[in-house]
Design a protein around this ligand. Sequence first.
Ligand SMILES: [Zn+2]
Length: 319
Amino acid sequence: MEKKTVRLTLLGGVNEVGGNTILLEDYSYNVKIFIDFGLRIKKYYNEYERGQSPSSVDEILRTNLLPDENQIPINNLYTKEFREAEQNKETVQRNNTRHVDKDYPSNLDGILISHPHKDHYFGLSFVNRTIPIYTGVVTKRIIRAFCKSAKDSISNNFNGLNWQTFRTGDIIDIKGMKIVPFHVDHSVPGAYGFIIYSSAGPVVYTGDFRRHGPLSNMTEEFLNEIKTHGTILTKGETDKQQKDLISEGTKVLICDGTKIHKGIVESEQRVEENLEKLFANNPFDFILVKYDRIDWDRFRTFSLMAKKYGWKYIITEMD
Ligand SMILES: [Zn+2]
């Protein structure tokens, strides 16, 4: 019987929107990583009203919003800082280096974060501060900016994390297991897919992506990378065994797709056209718009319209 070398456990994001969290264990490299660490965001908004937040990690686990450590082979996944049920605001605002002092080492070797949408990263707030968080330079910047602009709470505290940033072209090396992060086009900048060169062969995780956006060439480049493995073969110092595995092609493809079964492509251009019509028929003195703070496409549409009509575009500082 062939020895089992890699195990993938999908802990969220299956038949649901949000909660994308995948545990990859490679027994040959002795590596355990998470691919994305999203909170079950729909459930989160059902449980908590706007402005409300959980009082502890235990509460989050009880309500099944994040993976339960007792059911997976990971120790010390969550920060000790928020374990106790009784929390106060002071705890959240303390200097975050204290997390590192308090958190014990974990057997988790890292968490890969594909892009700064809450269903992919929002669980990080509760994570042990010693665990390396691998993410793109822009994703880290957006997460930190978002954190600053929203209300302080234990679910919005991304300080003190052990960030390890990358750009396209870099190769992540975890105990000898190589990972190539590669850019894709999505509605938020700084989105990546990953090619994980496991001991069983390449495992591809697309993250969220699109092929119809303004930077769709980035997605095409990722698709090409999946086929050619150019980065790992030119810069990865692969041996013959690894090259042979790569030549066998992708072993597993994990693809994100919320509307994949509907085949609907929502065009931002249509939003722009409808806005144009609205303005043509109703000459407003001012207009209030509301959209997700990290919906970069919508921001661009509204700001372009404002520019076109010579308006001031004013953004609130806080949510
Ligand atoms: Zn997304």
